[in-house]
Design a binder for this molecule. Structure first.
Ligand code: NAD
Ligand code: DAU
Length: 334
């Protein structure tokens, strides 16, 4: 099988490429990535010489490029996105461009090249947020996005389903909860808090720290996408979750404990505007129909993640200093 993975130089995409090439050494992967601030080829250093793998620097919204690449592959797995909620609050233009225009362009390329199999990687944030006693999101929950990021992802999900209904494009979608694990950019909760503490800095907890997320170890998400790509029913969406609802303050305390730091390292800061209070996922559909469920429990995943950041200081220090961007901009400038 030949896969076009978009956004493969980011956090989840790079974990997915590694996971697929380990599991299916005869598969071929083309990684199309624009190398925005979040794209880092160091995430794939161990793979760059693998003859089954090819990197292409480019924009998923580039019509000719998408068309050329899609021609030659069997499946598109679309990870490419602007993914950070706080950035979408500051400036959402890139979110509209990549998440909506870019996804539309890939759908067009898939349609115009014989109707290629298309898996779209999406988020639970399209469903909005929950109160403490509300039932978890399911595939039947109505969309109610509340940030420019989640609104742009919701638009892409709608477009993907529209291409199934209107053009018979063989699509699937996964709506996943919060991921954590190796190679997560140090602007998201885990990456930022672990690296701040390793640098001796405090961790900025938004508001009261009681917002709840359902945390999933990144390899489990990769396995869920693999399962859907191979066994998923065309035209269906699948909710993917970690069975691990935790308030942010509990994540913070766990990180402090694993790094041997005290509560004095917590700094409560102004809340995120429109901060979603709670996400929770009911993943019974993918469990009963496709046999997937998360393998990594919270304590094990947290230990692995903290250890990874401790052992890969060079990786995150270059990011935090901006050094990695300078290097790759030079390397890949046209
Ligand atoms: P990330 O920000 O780490 O990586 C995004 C990647 O996309 C980067 O490599 C970036 O260079 C690339 N990219 C951005 N714009 C592009 C463009 N126009 N053309 C080509 N490449 C482009 O994101 P992530 O956390 O790995 O998330 C990957 C996907 O999974 C996203 O679609 C996100 O919405 C979804 N998702 C993320 C989570 C999570 O917790 N991180 C949870 C559920 C779903
Ligand atoms: O639910 C899936 C989504 O999870 C993905 O679609 C997004 O791409 C991904 O970024 C993530 O969104 P969140 O906004 O939930 O993740 P983030 O790591 O930014 O924040 C997690 C929680 O921690 C959230 O309630 C905000 C809080 N937070 C975050 C940061 C960066 C803090 O309290 N302080 C911080 O400095």
């Amino acid at each position: 099988m030949k896969l076009l993975v978009t956004g493969g130089a980011g956090f989840i995409g790079s974990n997915f490429i590694r996971y697929i090439l380990n599991k299916y050494p005869d598969y071929k992967i083309v990684n199309l990535d624009l190398l925005t601030y979040a794209g880092n080829l160091e995430n794939l250093k161990d793979i760059e010489k693998n003859p089954q793998y090819r990197f292409v620097k480019g924009d998923i919204a580039d019509k000719d490029l998408a068309n050329d690449l899609v021609k030659d592959i069997d499946v598109v797995v679309n990870f490419a996105a602007e993914s950070h909620v706080d950035r979408s609050i500051l400036d959402s233009a890139a979110f509209i461009h990549t998440n909506i225009v870019g996804t539309h362009n890939l759908l067009e390329a898939a349609k115009n090249n014989g109707g290629k199999r298309f898996h779209h990687v999406s988020t639970d944030e399209v469903f909005g947020h929950l109160g403490p006693n509300d039932p978890a999101f399911t595939e039947k929950t109505s969309f109610a996005p509340r940030s420019p990021y989640s609104a742009s992802k919701a638009a892409a999900d709608h477009l993907t389903m529209a291409y199934f209904h209107t053009h018979n494009l063989p699509v699937t979608i996964s709506n996943c909860s919060n991921n954590y694990g190796p190679f997560q950019f140090p602007e998201k909760l885990h990456g930022l808090f672990i690296t701040n503490l390793l640098e001796g800095k405090k961790v900025p907890v938004y508001g009261d720290g009681m917002q709840v997320r359902d945390w999933l170890f990144v390899e489990d998400h990769c396995e869920a996408i693999d399962t859907i790509v191979h066994k998923g029913k065309i035209g269906e969406t699948y909710c993917v979750g970690g069975n691990s609802e935790k308030p942010n303050i509990e994540i913070t305390e766990k990180i402090l404990e694993l790094l041997g730091k005290g509560e004095e390292m917590i700094e409560y800061v102004k809340d995120r505007p429109g901060h979603d209070r709670r996400y929770a996922i009911d993943f019974s559909k993918i469990k009963t129909e496709l046999g997937w469920e998360p393998r990594t429990n919270f304590d094990e995943g947290m230990k692995k993640t903290v250890e990874w950041y401790k052992n890969n200081e060079d990786w995150w220090r270059k990011i935090k200093s901006g050094e990695y961007l300078e290097y790759y901009n030079k390397q890949y400038q046209k």
